[in-house]
Each structure stands twice: as structure tokens, then as C-alpha cells.
Design a protein around this ligand. Structure first.
Ligand code: GTR
Length: 425
């Protein structure tokens, strides 16, 4: 071997390993519509083997299943096994919370597997004066105590991402961050309009860091195992699973009529996967969920598979890494994830300035999923033109493009409540 070959070989090996792991420096994000590649949208109504689907029964028996299995094994990852035990306990209750407007309950859910336990807390507000109310269920980013200034809401112990603006340091939430995210949750308006809210701190299910030693995943490990297997769940699938475990409690609360699952951004991705995997959710809301959520991968606009696998290697299953910068070989796209939710009501919301999440890709994917809703006689999004800003379209599928940035605003919640009136009450 010449000296040159000696250095080239190990270098090639390192390069190959980094590429496989998706850890290479990523190409810059494209924000130029003229540079969006030409691509064909995989048809939700043609099976992988080329068979045409003509009605809802064929869809459910042939196509829905194969799409579901693809997303499960190749994108978000499979849940490895059943739990051994599940429990819940109402640890706190006040029937006159928020100046008498609401009943507040805090419920500890316990998940047990292999003699290991994970607990998380649901904060639940239900409007007083209604026998049964529909509830929005959504994760929060930094703790149940951040969504309200109610002094009785329990502060989570779990690992928390530091955030100086939200007064979180040393990876621990404290009293200092009570109420810091109130603007993202229109709790008063929800209660006034007859809706309840259930929220959970997502870090109690799986701390959002590239480390599989803790959180839900670790409960399921065999001896010596340190991370999920190649086709098994990443963090998004674990968060989605946590939403279903919250649902196990909520569906048995006699004051709740139905549950609409909601999520913003990475938690919007989790809400969509929860909606696809669990049909007990009567409606699904994706708020600015972007790449790996409602946006089409194949447009490669803003965040791409390469970017997301590189920055958040723990979010998807390991098997998804092979699609980094190879969108063209992916046999599905995210409109098919949306289609898995049909015929249940689905709201996709974008924000004009949220280019990283590709608002146009979120809209197109909603539109392309519409034909599956059509099989059930439900109205999807039949616009061919990009909708005007701040002009919501609300049918069984709903969409709006809000002015402003990546966020959840009172405007968003006003739209969700108006839309939910049509099916949740
Ligand atoms: C970004 C990420 C997005 C989105 C967002 C969020 O950094 O690239 O996919 O999930 O975080 O969750 O706020």
C-alpha cells in the first residue's frame, strides 16, 4: 500500500460512517421557489404494487395498512412491545379553580415495563357548568406550570432544556417559569367556549436530547440494551405514544366528551403521528409542524430530512437516516401521513414567516390528502391556489396561513375552536 492509500482508506471510512449516520454538514436550506426540484407526488390511491384504490373499504384494507406500516418502520419507528402495567391517580383536584371557572385535576399516569416505571402528570382544566366537554390535548415544551399562572400547578422534575428567556437554567424548571408560556394557550377562552384543556410536559415522556438512556425508551430495553433497534421508535413516536397513554385516562373521565389532539412544531409532528396511530382522537391539529410533520419532504424547501436527522438524530427511527438528502427514493410523502387520519377532522395551520417549516409544502400536503377524505364523502381542501393569509378554510380538513412567525397565537386558537364547534359538540 502506498502512503497515499494508507491515509485515503481511513478517511473514506470516516466519511462513509458520518454519511450513514447523517452527521455530515448539511447543504444550506433552499428558500427559492424556482429551485424546488420537480418531483412526483406518490399517489395515496395507488398501492405500492400499482393497484388502483376506488373506495374507502379498499383504502382501509389495502392501502392504509401498507402506508401505515411504511411510516411505522421507516420513519417514526415501531413501539417495541406492550406495557406490563398502566395506572393513573388523581393527585390533586379543585372544583373551583381559575376563579371558579374551571375544575382542575392533576393526574399522575404510571407506565411500567420490566420492573421500571415512568410517571408523567396531566394537567386538566374542564369548564364548570357543562356536564361533558370536549378537550384539547397538547404537550407543552417546558412544564405544565408554564401554560398558566395558576399557583397550584405542579412543576415538573424531569430534565428541561435551558432557556434564559423562559428563566430555565441547570436543566430544571422552577417557580420562576410559572406562566411564561401563557400566551400560547387561550385557556380562558377555551373555558368560556365550553372546551377543556389537557396538557403534559413532553420531557416527562422523553427528554428532548440525543440520548436514549432515559425516558420511555429505556423502560423497554432488554439487559445491556442502550438504544432502540433500527426500526424502533425515536422520540417523536415516544411522544405520540405518551399522548395515547394520556388518552387512556381522558377517555374514562366521565366529564369529557371527546379529545382533539394538538401540537406545535416538533410536538405537531408528534400530534400527527398520534392521530395516525390512535383513532380515539376525534380531531387532530398540526400547528406549524413543518418537516417530518405536515410539510412535503420532496419539495426540499426550508428544513430537509438531512437537516432534521442531523440536528435531531433522536427524533426519528434509525432507519429514516437512509433518506437524508435522498428524498427522491422515499416512496411516500407527508400527505399520506395526513391521509392516515381520514375521515377524522384534521386542521393544518401554517405561518407566513415560518419558512423553515415550508408553509406551501404544508398546504400542498393537505390538498393532496384530500382525495382520501373524498372516499368517505368528507370535504378536504379543494383549492388549487395557495390560500390568502388569515383566511381560514374550514371543512373536515381545515387549513390556515396565519400572518406572523413560528408560534401558537390567540388567532390560531380562535380558529381551532370555531372549527371544532362543527364536530366536537
Ligand atoms: C426546529 C426544528 C423544527 C421544529 C422546531 C420546533 O429547530 O428544526 O423541525 O420542530 O425546532 O419544534 O420548535
Amino acid at each position: 500500500m502506498t502512503p497515499n492509500q494508507k491515509t485515503v482508506k481511513p478517511l473514506l471510512f470516516i466519511l462513509l460512517t458520518l454519511t450513514t449516520l447523517g452527521l455530515m454538514a448539511q447543504p444550506e436550506a433552499n428558500y427559492d421557489e424556482t429551485k424546488v426540484p420537480k418531483f412526483s407526488v406518490p399517489d395515496p390511491l395507488t398501492t405500492f404494487s400499482g393497484e388502483a384504490i376506488t373506495d374507502s373499504q379498499e383504502w382501509e384494507e389495502k392501502r392504509k395498512l401498507e402506508i401505515y406500516q411504511f411510516f411505522e418502520k421507516q420513519i417514526y419507528g415501531k413501539v417495541p412491545a406492550l406495557l406490563d402495567e398502566y395506572s393513573f391517580k388523581v393527585i390533586e383536584q379543585d372544583n373551583q379553580a381559575l376563579e371558579g371557572k374551571a375544575q382542575r385535576k392533576q393526574i399522575t399516569v404510571g407506565l411500567k415495563k420490566n420492573n421500571r416505571t415512568l410517571n408523567f402528570n396531566i394537567l386538566l382544566y374542564l369548564p364548570n357548568g357543562n356536564e361533558k366537554a370536549p378537550v384539547f390535548l397538547g404537550y407543552n415544551f417546558h412544564g405544565n406550570h408554564t401554560v398558566t399562572d395558576d399557583p397550584n400547578v405542579i412543576i415538573p422534575e424531569a430534565w428541561n432544556e435551558n432557556n434564559a428567556d423562559l428563566k430555565i437554567s441547570s436543566n430544571k424548571a422552577t417557580e420562576a417559569s410559572r406562566g411564561v408560556r401563557m400566551h400560547r394557550w387561550s385557556i380562558d377562552k377555551m373555558l368560556d367556549n365550553g372546551y377543556g384543556l389537557a396538557t403534559v410536559y413532553y420531557g416527562e415522556i422523553d427528554p428532548d436530547k440525543n440520548d436514549f438512556s432515559d425516558g420511555l425508551h429505556s423502560l423497554f430495553y432488554a439487559e445491556e440494551q442502550t438504544k432502540p433497534k433500527t426500526n424502533e421508535w425515536g422520540s417523536i413516536a415516544a411522544w405520540a405514544y405518551g399522548l395515547s397513554r394520556a388518552m387512556d385516562y381522558l377517555e374514562n373521565d366521565t366529564n369529557i366528551s371527546n379529545v382533539i389532539v394538538f401540537g406545535h412544531s416538533r410536538l405537531g409532528k408528534a400530534a400527527l403521528w398520534a392521530g395516525a396511530t390512535d383513532d380515539r382522537f376525534s380531531g387532530v391539529i398540526s400547528n406549524n409542524s413543518g418537516c417530518g410533520g405536515a410539510a412535503l419532504f420532496k419539495r426540499k424547501f426550508g428544513e430537509t430530512i438531512g437537516h432534521i436527522n442531523n440536528s435531531f438524530p433522536h427524533w426519528f427511527s434509525e432507519s429514516f437516516k437512509k433518506y437524508s438528502n435522498k428524498e427522491e427514493i422515499l416512496p411516500v410523502d407527508q400527505h399520506q401521513l395526513l391521509a392516515l387520519i381520514a375521515p377524522r377532522p384534521l386542521y393544518v395551520a401554517s405561518a407566513v414567516e415560518d419558512e423553515w417549516a415550508d408553509p406551501k409544502g404544508e398546504f400542498l400536503s393537505t390538498q393532496y390528502a384530500s382525495k382520501v377524505y373524498g372516499l368517505y364523502g368528507k370535504k378536504g381542501i379543494d383549492l388549487t391556489e395557495f390560500p390568502e393569509t388569515d383566511r381560514p378554510i374550514q371543512q373536515t380538513m381545515a387549513y390556515h396561513m396565519r400572518s406572523g412567525k413560528h408560534d401558537v397565537t390567540a388567532y390560531d386558537w380562535d380558529q381551532y375552536m370555531t372549527w371544532a364547534e362543527t364536530f366536537a359538540k
